[in-house]
Unconditional design. Structure first.
Length: 79
């Protein structure tokens, strides 16, 4: 998958993702879900071992500016 390039998991908590996606109606797994945060928590529990298994690096994105996250990702690519 990576061919030697970093694979960055930009991780966010289910609560943060719910806030970011509350106005986005294009997510089929969340469409019309009365409890999107609970659904996102279930998806996180289901997928986190897969993500951590392939990611070479992790950048937490909760409560961070986009510019800060980008700076971290770019720095990982420069290594």
């Amino acid at each position: 998958m990576s061919r030697g390039e970093p694979i960055v998991w930009r991780r966010a908590s289910p609560g943060q993702l719910a806030k970011r996606l509350e106005a986005d109606g294009s997510r089929p797994l969340l469409a019309h879900d009365p409890a999107p945060e609970a659904r996102l928590a279930a998806l996180h529990a289901e997928r986190s071992s897969l993500y951590s298994g392939v990611a070479t690096d992790l950048v937490d994105t909760d409560d961070r500016d986009v510019e800060d996250v980008i700076r971290d990702v770019v720095e990982l690519w420069r290594r």
